[in-house]
Write a protein that binds this ligand. Structure first.
Ligand code: UDP
Length: 314
């Protein structure tokens, strides 16, 4: 039985990770200030005797008694709406929070795992994006607070690896979706599904010609476990290479929900990446990993989740 600490464990991805380690028989310490996460996400397993919740902002020193085998740093706002509303907290959790989590892993001689992001590539000039692409980021734009914090987090993780010999992993997560995303999180998946279920117009930004590639949460969690087991410290992309335009995605949501909603166009947010598609050759070769859940299947499960949330809210 291993003991794992997960920052952001009450968030969308974090809570699925907590659950996966508990299922394996491990002990999980979740550290979260619940600023964008939710206690509901961890309700199903919060009474498990192998689970502990520490209500704390990870930008402050993280004090944990006893040994730890792994520290997984997943705390951060992840929706552009959230990180534009909390620009300083976003910078702090990616910088000070990463430093604290690294320091904790070093003190406990634990494996450190960083949740990085496709946003390190900014508005990419190449497609698909491979790990050796250095990116096209506007450091002073509204998204810079997230992109630069995550780039700093990667640099800091590599410094701990090189200077202190810390056993580290870095995953660059591309758009991931599934149950436990927040309904009003502002990202395209919860927005479109909620709008379609309510019969409201779907809000496509710009002309809807920008592309994204959507990965189901179960595939990502499986990939994270594979990377933890591998002895590899350089960044690895994880996402689904199946790319589509935002407009086609809106049509797909209308079709799958059986909604009569229309699509309306809103201004494109500043620095919104025009393309995004992961090159997952490295994950395939190194880990034998690739996404298995077809888009329609993952979306059906997510639609059911949002449908039950909306019914409960009535
Ligand atoms: N988007 C949209 N309508 C929405 C929310 C998002 O058209 O209601 C677009 C957004 O402009 C972006 C894409 O969908 O091009 C994905 O946005 P999201 O906020 O999910 O995350 P991002 O991939 O930009 O980090």
């Amino acid at each position: 039985m291993a003991r794992i600490l997960i920052t952001g464990g009450a968030g969308f991805i974090g809570s699925h990770l907590c659950e996966s380690f508990l299922k394996r028989g491990d002990q999980v310490v979740c550290v979260d200030n619940v600023s964008t996460g939710s206690r509901e996400n961890i309700a199903a397993f919060s009474s498990n005797s192998r689970f502990a919740m520490v209500d704390q902002d990870v930008t402050r020193f993280i004090q944990v008694d006893g040994p730890l085998d792994m520290v997984l740093h997943f705390a951060s706002p992840a929706s552009p709406v959230d990180y534009m509303e909390m620009p300083i907290q976003t910078l702090k959790v990616g910088s000070l929070g990463t430093h604290n989590a690294l320091g904790l892993a070093k003190a406990k001689e634990a494996i450190f795992f960083l949740a990085s992001t496709s946003e390190v590539y900014g508005d990419p000039l190449v497609r698909p994006q491979r790990e050796d692409y250095w990116g096209n980021v506007n450091p002073i734009g509204p998204r810079g607070v997230y992109d630069e914090a995550k780039r700093f987090a990667e640099a800091m993780t590599m410094a701990y690896h090189r200077y202190h010999g810390l056993n580290t992993r870095i995953v660059r997560i591309f758009n991931t979706y599934g149950p436990r995303m927040r309904m009003r999180d502002g990202r395209v998946v919860p927005n479109f599904i909620t709008q379609a279920l309510k019969g409201e117009a779907l809000t496509a930004y710009g002309k809807g010609t920008q592309t994204r590639s959507f990965c189901y949460i179960d595939d990502l969690v499986r990939g994270i476990h594979r990377l933890l087991e591998a002895d590899y410290h350089l960044p690895v992309n994880m996402g689904n290479p199946y790319e589509m335009t935002v407009l086609d995605f809106a049509k797909k949501i209308i079709e799958l929900t059986g909604s009569s909603s229309s699509i309306e166009f809103h201004p494109l947010p500043q620095d919104d990446p025009q393309v995004r598609q992961p090159d997952i050759s490295k994950a395939r070769e190194l880990l034998g990993w690739e996404p298995l859940v077809p888009l329609e299947e993952g979306l059906q499960a997510t639609i059911e989740y949002f449908r039950s949330k909306l019914e409960a809210a009535q």
